[in-house]
Write a protein that binds this ligand. Structure first.
Ligand code: TMP
Length: 198
């Protein structure tokens, strides 16, 4: 099973990804937990460029995210799934669709096409999008937003709108959840949804 978590920074997705990976392991399942951008030596280098590096053009940004993702799929995610393991990822392709495709206005379809090629069409079985409003996100992230989320409130609102569009497009796969709910309650709901799915 391949499960991904999505949302604005400060949405609680990292906490939920960790809770799920721990719970699956406690059931004796073999789980590979990863994050994007990153998760491989090359991916971590690309992450630094993307989040702390110089300004770049929009398609260069989308292509770098796709490059990090290609590396992660080839070296980590696909081998794990082939070996029958579960993979839990903090972000995956839907981040690019919401951030680059919609918020940066490159086009959700166009950015999907780039990623479809880079990932050889791999999509998660289930994706949880944790929704928090742009102000809650900013409060939770505090004084140190990365290069991308430094863009401001309006941009973060566009990311949220992008995730809603993506959720509408992939109804069978993407679940929207209220990220302001208590973490343990959200975790239980996520477990329930996954049971329904399998
Ligand atoms: P993180 O804070 O969850 O590690 O994500 C890093 C930042 O990169 C975050 O601001 C979201 C952004 N991002 C994109 O813009 N496109 C992508 O495809 C991914 C994976 C992340």
């Amino acid at each position: 099973m391949f499960v991904t978590f999505e949302g604005l920074d400060g949405s609680g997705k990292t906490t939920q990804a960790e809770l799920l990976a721990d719970a699956l392991r406690a059931e004796g399942r073999d789980v590979v937990a990863t994050r994007e951008p990153g998760g491989t030596p090359l991916g971590e280098e690309v992450r630094r460029l993307l989040l702390e590096g110089m300004e770049m053009s929009r398609w260069a940004e989308a292509a770098l995210f796709a490059a990090a993702r290609a590396e992660l799929v080839e070296r980590v995610i696909a081998p794990a799934l082939d070996a029958g393991k579960d993979v839990v990822s903090d972000r995956f392709v839907d981040s690019s669709l919401a951030y680059q495709g919609f918020a940066r206005d490159l086009g959700i379809e166009e950015v999907y096409e780039l990623n479809r090629v880079a990932t050889r069409g791999l999509l998660p079985d289930v994706t949880f999008v944790l929704e928090v409003d742009p102000d809650t996100s900013a409060e939770r992230v505090g004084q140190s937003p990365d290069r991308i989320e430094r863009e401001g409130r309006e941009f973060r609102q566009r990311i949220l709108d992008g995730y809603r569009i993506v959720a509408g497009k992939y109804k069978e796969r993407v679940v929207l959840l209220d990220g302001t709910r208590p973490p343990d309650e959200l975790h239980e709901e996520i477990r329930g949804r996954l049971r329904e799915h399998s």
